[in-house]
Design a protein around this ligand. Structure first.
Ligand code: FPP
Length: 244
């Protein structure tokens, strides 16, 4: 793995990049292939982007693999996506671990099939002490539900006296989200030309730069990631302040 040093000419990469991987179905359709073929190629693109993230020394890479709304897809497609997740974890954990990647899942992944839950627990436990890229995979994830659940937990804590109303602030609220311990994304990328967040990291992406790219996810390469990071560097982040 190459390790670029960041001199004054090379601005540091965004610490946290989050990606909505969209367009697998359209990629397959354009080739007269079944949708699953698009998802399979999507996993290849995912592999490439994890490698690129390591090479670019990005600290956190979050990938939206399955939303809480994706259950509305035909059962065969849901099965295909779950099968790919299973395969990915079985086949790639060792290599990711060897490369120092720390794996974390967000979303209601504990509600998935028991064997997948076991694979996820194993991946998280095995890689917990790693200090390289943190790969965050969002599965059965949706921001609205995440925020409602956090609110419920906090309300219950207030009701039983473990928290007071004054204890509720942005920091304590964020600690009740699935992303506790993960910094907010600096850059959110969505592929395939769609310009929506689709219930992804709605709280966390409050100040993120959004980059929408026309490329379909299976065609997303290391160069595509670099292009998005270059665009990020063109933007001036002000966090609500006026420009200097
Ligand atoms: C969007 O394309 C993509 C998804 C819903 C799934 C993304 C999943 C993968 C890349 C593979 C599985 C993940 C892992 C971690 C192994 P779409 O189907 O909505 O495409 P379309 O909008 O063109 O129909």
């Amino acid at each position: 793995m190459s390790s670029p040093s960041h001199d004054t000419d090379t601005p540091p990469p965004p610490a946290h990049v989050a990606i909505i991987m969209d367009g697998n179905g359209r990629w397959a359709k354009a080739r007269g292939l079944p949708r699953v073929a698009g998802h399979q190629r999507g996993v290849d693109a995912l592999r490439g982007v994890v490698e690129a993230g390591q090479e670019m020394e990005i600290d956190f890479l979050t990938l939206y693999a399955f939303s809480s709304e994706n259950w509305k897809r035909p059962p065969t497609e849901v099965d295909d996506l779950m099968g790919l997740l299973r395969l990915y974890l079985r086949r790639e954990l060792r290599e990711l671990h060897r490369n120092g990647v720390r794996i974390r899942f967000i979303g209601e992944w504990r509600k998935l099939a028991p064997d997948i839950v076991k694979l996820i627990e194993d991946a998280q436990n095995t890689t917990d002490a790693n200090t390289g890229l943190t790969l965050v995979i969002a599965v059965n994830y949706g921001s609205h539900r995440e925020i409602v659940e956090a609110t419920r937990t906090i309300a219950a804590a207030v009701a039983d006296g473990a928290m007071t109303l004054e204890d509720i602030d942005e920091a304590s609220f964020a600690r009740h989200l699935h992303t506790d311990g993960i910094p907010d994304p600096d850059l959110v990328i969505r592929t395939s030309g769609e310009q929506r967040l689709s219930n992804f990291l709605l709280w966390q992406a409050g100040y993120a730069e959004l980059v929408f790219m026309d490329v379909l996810w299976p065609d997303f390469t290391k160069q595509s990631l670099q292009q998005a990071v270059d665009e990020f560097h063109q933007r001036e982040r002000r966090y609500g302040a006026s420009s200097g």
